[in-house]
Write a protein of this length. Structure first.
Length: 191
């Protein structure tokens, strides 16, 4: 659909090991560039931001970048936009101040509040309480894989497959394999 111009797609993976992939500014920059690559109208919006900041000699604020994204998403006549934010839980969550995770969740709330009919947002995350609380209040359709039937069975089957196909693990005693599969399956929920 994207290649045919029937939809736009932007993806951001929050990576706790990379400072450039766990905060609002990198996410906004990435989304803007990805969307501009898919629409001339989006490029025009970004060009206005560039010109407003003295042809790039001044860095725009995070708010200016967010406003630019919102303007792109609210342009009339654009194809549906799919935004995926993967591993939101990998963004730091510091207590007592606005954390990178809080800022990303605020952006998601702002995007949902735009009520753009052709905007679809998919967020993946472990079910951490603060993320669950915010997303649950925003969603039209909330799917928790942890609550889906068969999820733990699929995890156990995958772990067993790895144990059965890995040359070193195949040599383990059956009782040790069984214990390892049970332990890993129990810990699969991130605890």
């Amino acid at each position: 659909m994207r290649r045919a111009g029937l939809a736009s797609f932007a993806f951001f993976y929050c990576d706790s090991k990379d400072d450039q992939k766990k905060a609002l500014r990198p996410l906004l920059s990435s989304m803007l560039v990805q969307l501009c690559d898919q629409s001339d109208a989006y490029c025009d919006v970004l060009s206005e931001l560039y010109l407003a900041h003295h042809r790039g000699s001044q860095d725009p604020s995070d708010d200016a970048l967010a406003q630019c994204l919102k303007l792109m998403l609210t342009l009339p006549g654009q194809a549906p936009v799919y935004i995926v934010i993967d591993a939101l839980d990998e963004c730091p969550n510091t207590a007592g101040m606005s954390s990178p995770r809080d800022k990303l969740m605020e952006l998601v709330e702002d995007l949902v509040d735009l009520q753009v009919p052709n905007l679809r947002i998919c967020i993946t995350s472990r079910p951490e309480p603060n993320i669950h609380f915010v997303l649950n209040s925003l969603t039209f359709r909330f799917i928790s894989l942890h609550d889906q039937p068969g999820q733990m069975k699929d995890i156990a089957d995958y772990i067993k497959f790895v144990f059965d196909t890995d040359p070193k693990m195949r040599k383990w005693k059956p009782a040790d394999k069984k214990l390892a599969v049970e332990t890993l399956t129990e810990k699969a929920d991130g605890t």
